[in-house]
Design a protein around this ligand. Structure first.
Ligand SMILES: Nc1ncnc2c1ncn2[C@@H]1O[C@H](COP(=O)(O)OP(=O)(O)OP(=O)(O)O)[C@@H](O)[C@H]1O
Ligand SMILES: [Mg+2]
Length: 535
């Protein structure tokens, strides 16, 4: 468990440490008395992010719906049988003929299903939730729109393979981290025009920290150093350019890693030479910045229109407050912090989910050190609340993009001018490029590594279902691009019966209604024609 120690305190940290044992015994009481994580409440937690990063999943709130150890243990014993029967006989928790598929890229430690259970989009479409880590995902994308995602994972001791077409994506994992680079998955999703929170343009733009930092520097240019006190930083594309700074100590940040990895504090020019020699064998870019003796970290986050701020104070003595034990306290968001996070939320076409990280130095000044997007770490007890906020945001954007997608389909299939297709920008409501056949494929779980059983599942708001690309995920290179099919579409004049004064949403519904009636009529005609001859 990442949360080896978690205690509640309102007094000073030293006292907390002395009282640790007795407080741990009272943990149950303290936790049950703890209703939310309001400003002023303090939590001491083990920020074992490095260990976490390399050995296991990332931190999750104690009350988060984690996939627990117990499940693993019992899963190992009975997993094979249970999962086989589950996979073969159990009903999915969604109507596979009427659902929209949401892919959440996150580690296994957080179970997102709780937040989407029973949720609907487009009125009565179930949300089919698929959760996977980057390393479990492979996909094939089609320029005509849509992509088929394959997930190969190990759950409770069994291999599970699934194939589906995502209608929407939430990226909660860093696509680029220590020895990991999943940029190709982001490219694939974007290639297929899959809408996402944050937008895939934004996720792509935030793959490299120096790229983000350059944008922060631009904000500073506009607002001034007082309003936006970004730390001074120097970028080196490789070790050859690295010259020792005039002043020490400095922090050298190597490559693109999170959770404190690749960050070294250097006190003199000899150590600096040493570190450059290490960078020489890494093939990484690096940055240097002054080290500020800090009182605590500042973390300001924005999810939709919800703002939160935390201070994180190291109590284990590590200069990185995200390593070892730290005390976490939610504090109120002041105007300047709101400005910082608001400015950042406007980067890259808009960030629905973002955070600004800074340090409160002992010299009394604050320095912004970086910004994060939808994969930002959630902190403290309010993670539960944060996940709900993220889930609500996702549903809201998903609803919007599914609506736009169905409107585009209806209008274009009706011979009308297709709706403007655009990549999603959060301000514009994440309007997504139209994804033909964007319905979720009814992929079924296949046990123990057998080939996934692909079932082309109908679904989606267009009443006359289009055929799904019939493919095996293994034969990705030879996958035929889905061809538009002739169907009983209404003629333009039929669609144009829509009242010109109606809103876009009303028009969409009217179009769908028209199409439904049209299809029902034509089906009836066909049936009667079959019985009585042509009518
Ligand atoms: N210039 C600095 N001066 C003093 N402390 C710093 C400086 N830069 C970073 N730190 C400390 O080191 C910690 C980790 O730094 P940083 O946030 O850059 O790493 P990271 O890998 O991005 O971690 P995370 O993924 O948690 O954001 C910070 O939380 C802060 O406590
Ligand atoms: Mg950071």
């Amino acid at each position: 468990m990442n949360y080896l120690r978690r205690r509640f305190s309102s007094s000073d940290i030293q006292k907390d440490l002395e009282d640790e044992d007795s407080k741990q015994q009272n943990f149950g009481n303290a936790a049950s008395n703890f209703f939310g994580f309001g400003a002023g409440k303090k939590v001491v937690e083990e920020m074992s992010s490095m260990r976490t990063k390399f050995k296991g999943p990332s931190p999750s709130a104690p009350n988060s719906p984690s996939r627990g150890n117990l499940a693993n243990i019992t899963g190992n014993i009975s997993g094979g049988v249970t999962n086989m029967t589950k996979g073969l006989f159990s009903k999915p928790g969604y109507n596979k003929d009427k659902c929209k598929c949401l892919l959440i890229v996150d580690d296994q430690h957080t179970d997102w299903s709780k937040y989407f259970r029973g949720k609907k989009v487009l009125g009565d479409y179930d949300v089919r939730l698929e959760q996977a880590e980057f390393r479990e995902i492979s996909l094939s994308s089609y320029s005509e729109g849509g992509c088929v995602v394959d997930i190969h994972s190990h759950r409770s001791g069994s291999k599970v393979a699934k194939s589906f077409k995502p209608d929407f994506v939430l990226i909660r994992q860093h696509p680029v981290d220590v020895n990991e680079n999943w940029k190709s998955v982001i490219l694939g999703l974007y290639y297929a025009g899959v809408p996402s929170v944050n937008s895939l343009e934004a996720v792509y733009s935030m793959l490299d920290k120096p790229w983000v930092f350059a944008h922060l520097a631009q904000i500073q240019k506009n607002l001034g150093k007082e309003q936006f006190p970004l730390i001074e930083q120097t970028f080196f594309p490789n070790h050859r350019e690295m010259t020792a700074p005039a002043k020490f100590p400095v922090i050298v940040k190597i490559g693109n890693a999170s959770n404190g990895a690749g960050k070294v504090k250097i006190d003199n020019s000899y150590d600096f030479q040493d570190v450059t020699s290490v960078i020489a064998v890494t093939n990484c870019y690096s940055t240097t910045e002054p080290y500020y003796d800090s009182k605590y970290d500042i973390h300001i986050q924005k999810i939709g229109n919800n703002y939160k701020a935390y201070m994180r104070k190291s109590i284990s003595g590590n200069w990185k407050a995200n390593i070892g034990s730290a005390m976490l306290e939610q504090i109120s968001v002041n105007e300047i912090w709101k400005l910082w996070v608001d400015e950042v939320s406007q980067l890259f076409g808009g960030l629905d989910i973002c955070a600004v990280q800074g340090i409160q130095a002992k010299d009394g000044r604050q320095y912004i050190i970086e910004a994060k997007g939808s994969s930002m770490t959630l902190l403290g007890e309010s993670q539960e609340d944060d996940r709900r906020l993220i889930a609500d945001l996702v549903l809201q954007k998903m609803q919007l993009s599914c609506k736009q997608s169905s409107t585009s389909k209806s209008l274009s299939s009706g011979g009308m001018q297709p709706a403007a297709t655009s990549r999603n920008t959060p301000q514009a409501g994440n309007s997504a490029r139209q994804v033909p056949n964007g319905q979720a494929m009814g992929g079924t779980a296949k046990i123990d590594g057998g080939p996934p059983n692909m079932v082309g599942g109908p679904g989606g708001p267009v009443p006359a279902p289009r055929p799904q690309p019939q493919v095996s995920p293994r034969a990705t290179s030879s996958m035929p691009i889905p061809q538009p099919q002739q169907s009983n579409r209404p003629q333009p004049q039929q669609v144009n019966n829509i009242n010109a004064n109606m809103s876009l949403a009303d028009k969409t519904e009217a179009v769908i209604r028209d199409l439904q009636e049209e299809d029902t009529m034509s089906n009836l005609k066909k049936t009667f024609a079959g019985i009585f001859g042509d009518m």
